[in-house]
Design a binder for this molecule. Structure first.
Ligand SMILES: [Zn+2]
Length: 466
């Protein structure tokens, strides 16, 4: 059975057939680095992580590119408000993004290019669009001519019908709504107080959409396999990426488009005003482990809306504690010679079911159901006593599959030694005594990221593995 994905472009579930046998080239839209990423953002990044892990686990040689958007309207607005140069402002949030991603067990993509390091590639691509009549200058800016690309709207489909305006109407902003589908900006003329680059297009800066087209094609080629991102990026961002890229090359851009659905918190759209807005740090400060947050974000298949609740994270903490305890007992279990053929058959079947669930458009819910059955089977065997070596080997291999693709278990090689934990707790105590609460909080977050929960009491600080 092969890997299958729901392709947003064709609105059908299709077998994954890469352009080059055995290789998977994929692009994921990365963070806009003007703030801490919130858990809605991380729902998408965890989905992309499960996708990349599963492709590797299925034996594909993977090239995964994820950009960092470090220049756009919002970044410029907030960097100005902070009184910082663009690079200095974004640097901090790039660093925080990787810290959060690491804590969540998100593997680093093979290439993570920054937009401001690729201005010449963007200018070159816009030059191609000008030469083929897909773009035009106006008032010092350069726009994409939607009328030059008859397939415009193919990704968003019917939702866009009738909204594509005539060629003379333009939209300047990086983000806009479906009823504003007009010629969009590729290069923005220089404005007072904004970062600006000299180019053959005149002084200015890139629009947001061209960034991804230029970086994707630089590292993956003009045509590649998978493009993914959050469903909110489908229009206008991904629609514009297709138009710019295919307009310039005349070749198909990405073959498969995968979109992660929205995340809600307590059934409502996440918003700071509603008080249901969480970054990863907010959750770590409440004592939750990053691994439990990852579990919650990964457990709902990516094409279903995910309702995030703190009760859900607490349930995940309990679930993972039991699961890790089972794996630990299995690892430490004594074995005897001989076989228990029936049990090994069950394990083999569950392993196959697990892989088949992920092959099926990354059905993580079914994959986790297989893990739960595996856990039950192992616990029954452990209770019964002496394990056959063949059973133990098969069961550990099955848990290894779950770890390789879902990344939810405590990897034994990563487990912090108790002495190292005690040393960090002592350092945190020192920091608190010195009223350096930022450092104390950072240490707590660091430990939480590794599944260590601290409990401050009058007798000092106790810790436990989450
Ligand atoms: Zn993008």
């Amino acid at each position: 059975m092969s890997v299958r994905f729901f392709n947003s472009l064709t609105r059908a579930r299709e077998p994954f057939v890469p352009l080059e046998e055995g290789r998977a080239r994929m692009y994921a839209c990365g963070p806009t680095v003007y703030n801490f990423a919130h858990i809605g953002n991380f729902r998408t990044f965890v989905f992309v992580d499960v996708l990349r892990r599963h492709l590797k686990w299925r034996g594909y040689k993977l090239l995964h590119v994820m950009n960092l958007t470090d220049v756009d309207d919002k970044i410029i607005r907030d960097a100005r408000a902070a009184g910082l140069p663009l690079r200095e402002f974004t640097e901090k949030y790039v660093r925080h993004f990787w810290e959060d991603a690491d804590a969540l067990g998100i593997e680093r993509p093979e290439v993570a290019p920054r937009a401001t390091d690729h201005i010449p590639e963007m200018v070159e691509l816009i030059g191609r669009l000008l030469r083929c009549g897909c773009a035009y200058h106006s008032d010092g800016s350069t726009y994409f001519r939607i009328a030059s690309f008859p397939r415009y709207g193919a990704l968003s489909g019917d939702k866009l019908a009738g909204n594509v305006a005539g060629a003379s109407e333009r939209v300047e902003a990086d983000e806009y709504e479906k009823d504003d589908a007009r010629d969009f900006v590729l290069w923005k003329r220089t404005q007072p107080g904004e970062p600006t680059w000299d180019s053959t297009l005149g002084p200015g800066r890139p629009g947001w959409h061209i960034e991804c087209s230029a970086m994707a094609m630089k590292y993956l080629g003009e045509s590649f396999d998978i493009h993914c991102g959050g469903v909110d990026l489908m229009f206008p961002h991904h629609e514009n990426e297709i138009a710019q890229s295919e307009g310039a090359t005349g070749r198909p851009f990405a073959k498969y488009w995968l979109h992660a659905e929205h995340l809600l918190v307590n059934g409502r759209k996440m918003s700071k005003r509603e008080g249901n807005y969480y970054t990863l740090r907010d959750l770590l400060e409440r004592g939750y482990s990053a691994r439990a947050v990852r579990y919650v974000l990964a457990a709902v298949p990516y094409r279903k809306p995910l309702n995030f609740t703190l009760e859900g994270v607490e349930a995940a903490e309990r679930r993972l504690k039991r699961l890790n305890e089972t794996v630990r007992r299995l690892r430490e279990a004594q074995t005897v010679a001989g076989t228990t053929a029936d049990d090994v058959t069950t394990i083999t079947q569950l392993r196959a079911a697990f892989g088949a669930a992920l092959d099926d458009d990354l059905n993580t819910a079914e994959a986790l159901a297989a893990v739960a059955q595996l856990e039950t089977t192992v616990n029954v065997a452990l209770t019964r006593g002496a394990l056959a070596e063949s059973f133990k080997t098969a069961a550990l291999a099955a848990f290894d599959d779950a770890q390789a693709t879902l990344g939810i278990l405590d990897p034994p090689e990563e487990a912090l030694l108790d002495a190292a934990i005690e040393a960090l707790i002592a350092a945190r105590l020192e920091a608190r005594k010195a009223k350096d609460f930022a450092r104390a909080d950072a240490i707590r977050a660091q430990l939480a990221g590794q599944g260590i929960v601290l409990e401050d009491g009058k007798d000092g600080t106790r810790w436990r593995r989450a």
